[in-house]
Design a protein around this ligand. Structure first.
Ligand code: GLU
Length: 336
């Protein structure tokens, strides 16, 4: 029987980390080939190709790097891959997953995974996560689900997943909706059917900048006052509660929103922003009147990725529709 083709790329992160000397801390040194050696038996499931595209802590990635990884992943599909797996650091995994999901035009699964414990630690989770990710990427029922994150036996949609613990093995969750599936013995089980997702064209430019600021008690307005002059093209606020800021911030935001797109998301970690509940100055009704877009369930970091991508393809006027999850306007992506 002809085995399906599976493409794996290693980008770095704890899953690729080990210490060069005792006591010095771990750094990314483990290649994709070595990661693959940690899961013998995969060759009975697929014809595997593996590449090391980076050895980075995930905080060192940037959007240009992710665009080059995306081009690699698309090429693998064009070459006949039935599934694509990317291993990377968990610190920015949710952002990378969302970035890819907005730009992934294929039905073929693209699965991201990593590890919370490095290879030398007792109970290292990298090999199990990688094997699970490969199973998910190869499963027929994973098709048409866009980009997914597989960690600790759970499958999460890119748009819902967040890193919600800094060091625990169970570091990822999908607030509001829960994981979309799980690994049960050898089976890839989904608890919800695939649903439509918004797609964006590839950015035509990458030099634009979107700032992100978190509202906090008794905060001054110095950074806000200078955001436009500093050359930012968009602003995301991680707001209080259902999308609120202080009156001083609201005043500054009104000026900013006349010049560049401004999104307010919630800093709480789950739940949605409101639209029609609070009427005080700095409340969501006031901010909407001032021209601000409410992020809904989209978290601040993912709202920033959306805005960056929209500005990159000159479609910022579509921001509200994308934030509302309107998928009726999906556009085909062109080759990168
Ligand atoms: N805990 C992180 C990881 O899983 C640390 C480093 C990084 O994100 O690259 O990889």
């Amino acid at each position: 029987m002809d085995l399906p083709k599976l493409a794996i790329a290693a980008l770095g992160g704890t899953v690729s980390m080990q210490a060069s000397k005792p006591g010095e801390g771990v750094i990314p040194t483990v290649s994709g080939e070595s990661l693959l050696a940690s899961i013998p038996g995969l060759e009975t499931l697929a014809r595997v190709t593996v590449e090391t595209l980076g050895l980075l802590p995930s905080a060192s990635q940037d959007f240009e790097f992710l665009l080059s990884v995306l081009a690699w992943a698309k090429f693998q599909v064009e070459q006949g891959a039935s599934g694509v797996v990317i291993t990377q650091g968990t610190d920015t995994l949710e952002e990378a997953a969302q970035f890819f999901d907005y730009l992934w035009p294929h039905d073929t699964p693209l699965v991201l995974t990593g590890a919370m414990r490095s290879a030398a630690q007792p109970g290292a989770d990298g090999p199990a996560n990688l094997l699970d990710a490969c199973r998910v990427a190869l499963a027929e029922n994973s098709r048409q689900r866009g980009v997914q994150v597989v960690m600790n036996g759970q499958i999460h949609l890119a748009r819902s997943v967040r890193k919600t613990d800094s060091l625990a093995l169970q570091a990822f969750s999908s607030p509001n909706v829960g994981p979309v599936g799980l690994l049960l013995e050898d089976h890839v089980c989904y608890q919800r059917p695939p649903d439509p997702r918004p797609l964006l064209p590839l950015p035509q430019q990458t030099t634009h900048k979107v700032a992100m600021l978190e509202a906090c008690l008794s905060a001054d307005t110095l950074l806000l006052e200078n955001i436009v002059a500093l050359g930012y093209d968009g602003l995301v606020i991680a707001g209080f509660g259902a999308g609120h800021v202080s009156p001083d911030w609201a005043k500054e935001i009104e000026h900013i929103a006349r010049k560049i797109p401004v999104i307010i998301a919630t800093r709480t970690g789950s739940g949605s922003t409101a639209r029609a509940s609070y009427g005080f100055r700095g409340g969501e009704m006031d901010l909407i009147r001032k021209g601000v877009s409410m992020a809904g369930f989209v978290c601040p970091r993912k709202a920033r990725i959306l805005l960056w991508l929209l500005i990159g393809c000159q479609q910022q006027e579509q921001l509200e529709r994308y934030l509302s999850g309107d998928t009726a306007f999906n556009v085909p992506t062109t080759g990168f």
